[in-house]
Design a binder for this molecule. Structure first.
Ligand SMILES: [Zn+2]
Length: 300
C-alpha cells in the first residue's frame, strides 16, 4: 500500500485494502496461511531485467520522480514495494515447491506482466511472474514452467521474456485488439521457443463461457502436451464485466470456475503446484469478490 500512484489512478493502494478486507472477513480465514514476504534479492530482479534498468527504477523512486512512463507513476517507496512483490512471488514458489502448501496467491502490487527487460509499462515495474519462472527454473532446476495469463490485457513483458525459450511456456487469453497491442494468434514464439507461446485473443464483449471453453479445449491440450512441473498464473481480474478498463464480460463466478479448471490441469500435470500472482483488476468491489472466488476455488 506504500506504492502510491497519485489521485485517481486505477492501480491504487485501495486495491490491496479491498482484497484484504474482503478475505479477512470471510470464512476463508480458517484455511488460509498468510505470509509476509522479504524483499527479493537484487540478483533476482536482474535475472529478468537489465542491471541499469533496475538501478534506474531504484534511483527514480528515491529521488522523488513522479513516474517511469506516462501511465506508470511511482512514489518514494515504490522500489522497495516492488522488491517485496517479487519477494512474495519467490516465497510462494518456495512454499509450493517444498510442499508447505498446495498452492499460493500473491496479493501484491505493483503488477508485473507488462514490464519488459529494460522498460516499465502499464503500471508494472518488475515482471513478478517472469522472475518467479526464472527462479523456479534456476533454484529448483525445473525444465518446464508454464505461465498462464488471464488478465484482460496481453502480458507483453512476460511473452517477450520467454519468446525464444522452449522451457517456459507462455499462454494468454486477452481482449484484442487492445492495450498493449501485442498478443495476436500468429505470435507463437521464435527459434527454439517456436510453439511455446500460445495466444488467445478475444474480441470485446466476450463472456466467461468462451474463456472457459478456451481453457478446457486448446489450453488444456497444450498444458497436457507440455507437461509443466509448475504452473504460474498472471491473475488479473480486469476482464470482469464491471471493470472500468476492460470490455470483456466475465462474472465473479467465472473466476471460481476458471480457477478450478486450472487446478485440474495442475493436478494432472504437476501434482497441483500452482502459484497465482495478482495483476490487474480495477473495480474495487468486483476485484475483491473475484479474488475471493479465486481463493475459494484454490482452497476447495
Ligand atoms: Zn490488465
Amino acid at each position: 500500500m506504500q506504492h502510491e500512484t497519485g489521485l485517481g489512478h486505477p492501480e491504487c493502494p485501495e486495491r490491496s485494502r479491498a482484497i484484504i478486507d474482503r478475505v479477512e472477513n470471510s470464512d476463508l480465514q480458517s484455511v488460509l496461511q498468510w505470509r509476509r514476504p522479504d524483499p527479493a534479492d537484487r540478483s533476482w530482479l536482474e535475472s529478468n531485467h537489465d542491471e541499469g534498468y533496475v538501478r534506474y527504477v531504484e534511483e527514480a523512486c528515491l529521488s522523488g520522480r513522479a513516474g517511469l512512463d506516462a501511465d506508470t507513476p511511482i512514489s518514494h517507496d515504490s522500489y522497495r514495494v516492488a522488491q517485496l512483490a517479487v519477494g512474495a512471488a519467490l516465497e510462494a514458489v518456495d512454499a509450493v515447491m517444498m510442499g508447505e502448501c498446495d498452492n499460493a496467491f500473491c496479493a501484491t502490487r505493483p503488477p508485473g506482466h507488462h514490464a519488459e527487460e529494460a522498460k516499465a509499462m502499464g503500471f508494472c515495474l518488475f515482471n513478478n511472474v517472469a522472475i518467479a519462472a526464472r527462479y523456479a527454473r534456476r533454484h529448483y532446476k525445473l525444465d518446464r514452467v508454464l505461465i498462464f495469463d488471464w488478465d484482460v490485457h496481453h502480458g507483453n513483458g512476460t511473452q517477450a521474456s520467454f519468446y525464444d525459450d522452449p522451457q517456459v511456456f507462455f499462454s494468454s487469453v486477452h481482449q484484442y485488439p487492445f492495450y498493449p497491442g501485442t498478443g495476436a494468434e500468429e505470435e507463437r514464439g521464435a527459434g527454439k521457443g517456436r510453439g511455446t507461446t500460445l495466444n488467445f485473443p478475444v474480441s470485446q464483449g466476450t463472456d466467461g463461457k468462451k474463456v472457459r471453453e478456451i481453457m478446457s479445449g486448446p489450453l488444456a491440450e497444450a498444458v497436457q502436451q507440455f507437461k509443466p512441473e509448475l504452473i504460474l498464473l498472471s491473475a488479473g481480474f480486469d476482464a470482469h464485466r464491471e471493470d472500468p478498463l476492460g470490455q470483456l464480460f466475465l462474472e465473479t463466478e467465472d473466476y471460481g470456475a476458471m480457477t478450478q479448471q486450472l487446478r485440474h490441469l495442475a493436478d494432472e500435470t504437476c501434482d497441483g503446484r500452482l502459484v497465482s500472482l495478482l495483476e490487474g483488476g480495477y473495480n474495487l468491489k468486483s476485484l475483491a469478490e473475484s479474488v475471493e472466488a479465486h481463493l475459494r476455488a484454490l482452497t476447495l
